[in-house]
Structure formats: C-alpha cells, structure tokens
Ligand binder design. Structure first.
Ligand code: SAM
Length: 320
C-alpha cells in the first residue's frame, strides 16, 4: 500500500529513515516553503528517480499542496508541516541531502526583522552538515536585498561558495514567481555549494526519551490568584501563563506553558494529576504533541517547584 504523502513527523523516529519511507535508495532533495506545491509536483514528476521532501509552516498551503500531489499522482514526494530551522536539524541524518531549494522565501524586508530570515549563518552551517559535501542551497527571490543578504551570510558562514547557474524554468513558474512577474519585478536566482567538512554536526534534539515527570505528596495549593512565571532554563525560557482546573474536577490541574528556545517555540500543557495511590504526577499532556527538548523537560520542574512553593506539597521524585 502506498505510504501517505503527508508525513506525521512528530510521531516517527528522528532522523527519519528516508530509505524506508520511500522504499528505495535515491538522491534526496528538500524544498522549504513549498506554498501551493506546484513546483514540488512539477519537479518530482520531472525527476522520478529522485526523492523529494517539502517543508511548509502554513496549514492551508499544506492542504492545498497535498490535494495537488494526490491529484497528480506524485509518488516520490513527502510533505511535512514543520518549520525548516528545526526540521533540517531533526529529520535529516548528516550528509543525507543533495540539495535544498528555497523558492521565494518570506523576505522580512525591515532591517529589524532580518533575524527572521532563513538564510543566515546558522542555517548555512546547519545545512552544510545535512547536505552531502558539495550539496547545494538553491535560492530564488524577487527581493534583491534578500539575495545580497544571503550571499553575505553564506560568505560569513565559511561553508558556502557561490555557483553561477541560471534558474531552471519551473523555478520562475511558482505561484509567487508568477505574481511578482505580473508586477514586472525582476527575479533572481543564486546557488550556493556547501561543504561543511569539519563543522561540528548538531545532533537532533532529544526525542523518544522516557516521558519527563515528577511525583509529589500532599494537598493542592489554595485557589489564590496565579501569577505568571517566567523562568530561565539552560537552553531557553519556560513561561507558565496560567493554571486551571476542569469543571467539576478537584484532582487535576493544567498549566498552560510556552517553551521558548532559540530554534523552536512550543506551546504545551503540563498536567498535575492525583493518582489512585494518592500521589500527584506532573507530566506533559499529549495535546499539541510537543517535541521533548531540554527546556520542555525543565517546564516539568518549573511546575513542580511552583506546586512545592505552596508549602502544602513535597516532591518525592523528579525525572525530567
Ligand atoms: C512567499 S511564500 C513562497 C511559496 C512558494 N515557494 C512559491 O514560490 O510560490 C513563502 C512560504 O514559505 C513558508 N515558510 C515561511 N517560513 C517557513 C519556515 N520556517 N519553514 C517552512 N516554511 C516556511 C510560508 O508559509 C510560505 O508559504
């Protein structure tokens, strides 16, 4: 049976075993921000002996592209709803990719927003460890400033060399390419060849570890108003926005938490629940399917500390 085109990446082992996923060993290409997927489909159909993975953060775009890929019967593509910064690190083994295509990335034109741009030094260096030596980042943009910015960042990264090559025609036929062309804007194309030999290889973040949890004895804190907590952890910040109890329940509390790490911001729910034996367990709710990073684990500790600070509870185990 054919595998689904949309890969539920949070539920599979990391890095993904793409050979098993595509049921063959073939050159693997990545596209970031595929939008409506028309380039993705065209390219995959034109290169049936290669495999193609697409990343996109917009749910609407993912559904649109999924319909297109199904309609066009494209078998050698998987698409993922995932941000590139985390997916490139998390889902691809070192030296597993031949190319990374970025067609018309969000330009973030204001200078103070430049830190949101994808093609900055950290990304070039990360990508250089996931690409084969000499593997390419291929950038198309209507925004000359962005292209110049990427060229400067590539040079600063020390791992990327500019390659002079004209754009394949389908690159200038994407939804955004057509939009900008219709407005008479010039379109630009720049290829970078990467060689990350010698660059430290970032490991994927922790995943599939024992579920972090803590155990406490004692009675619940009083219903005094909850004050938002902001706690620094070694690799980010834990922000506990509010504590709540479900209607009619006395023995289950939820904490709405933001975990802010340099590469990933996640919203999650931490639950504290009394078990049959009387102890209270603090753990993650599966809601939102969080990726268990060091700061997510630290969030269990922050909630546990808060419960203890009431003076009515005492932690008997901390496993996070
Ligand atoms: C200007 S659109 C271009 C879409 C398509 N490539 C095209 O040319 O028609 C940029 C796309 O990148 C996606 N995007 C932005 N940041 C992203 C990220 N960090 N990871 C993956 N996709 C991202 C956006 O959702 C948007 O669909």
């Amino acid at each position: 049976m054919a595998r689904p085109i949309l890969l539920p990446w949070r539920r599979v082992a990391h890095p993904v075993d793409w050979v098993t996923e595509f049921d063959r060993e073939a050159p693997l290409h990545l596209e970031i921000g595929f939008g409506d997927g028309r380039y993705t489909a065209a390219r995959a159909l034109a290169a049936p002996n290669d495999d193609h993975v697409g990343l996109e953060v917009s749910g609407t775009s993912v559904l649109r592209a999924l319909r297109r890929l199904r309609r066009e019967g494209v078998g050698n593509v998987r698409i993922l709803k995932a941000p590139a910064e985390i997916a490139v690190r998390q889902l691809f083994a070192p030296a597993s990719l031949v190319s990374i295509t970025v067609n018309f990335p969000d330009p973030w034109p204001k200078e103070r927003h430049a830190r949101h741009r994808l093609l900055r030094v950290p990304f070039f260096r990360l990508a250089s460890t996931r690409l084969v030596p000499g593997g390419e980042i291929r950038l198309a943009s209507d925004h000359l400033d962005y292209v110049e910015f990427a060229r400067e960042e590539a040079a600063r990264s020390g791992v990327a060399a500019r390659v002079g090559r004209a754009a394949p025609p389908e690159v200038f036929e994407t939804k955004y390419a057509l939009k900008w062309r219709a407005q008479g804007k010039p379109l630009h194309y720049q290829v970078f060849a990467l060689d990350g030999t010698g660059v430290p290889v970032p490991e994927p973040l922790g995943r599939h570890v024992t579920m972090p949890h803590a155990l406490l004895d004692g009675g619940w804190p009083s219903d005094a108003p909850f004050a938002k907590l902001v706690v620094a952890a070694p690799e980010g910040h834990v922000i506990v926005h509010e504590a709540a109890r479900a209607v009619g329940e006395t023995d289950r509390w939820w904490f709405r938490v933001t975990v802010d790490e340099p590469e990933l911001v996640q919203q999650l729910l931490v639950v504290a629940q009394r078990r049959a034996g009387g102890e209270v367990i603090v753990r993650l709710e599966s809601f939102g399917d969080p990726l268990i990073t060091p700061t997510v684990r630290a969030a269990i500790g922050v909630v546990t500390d808060w419960l203890e600070s009431s003076g009515r509870m005492r932690a008997t185990a901390r496993n996070y």
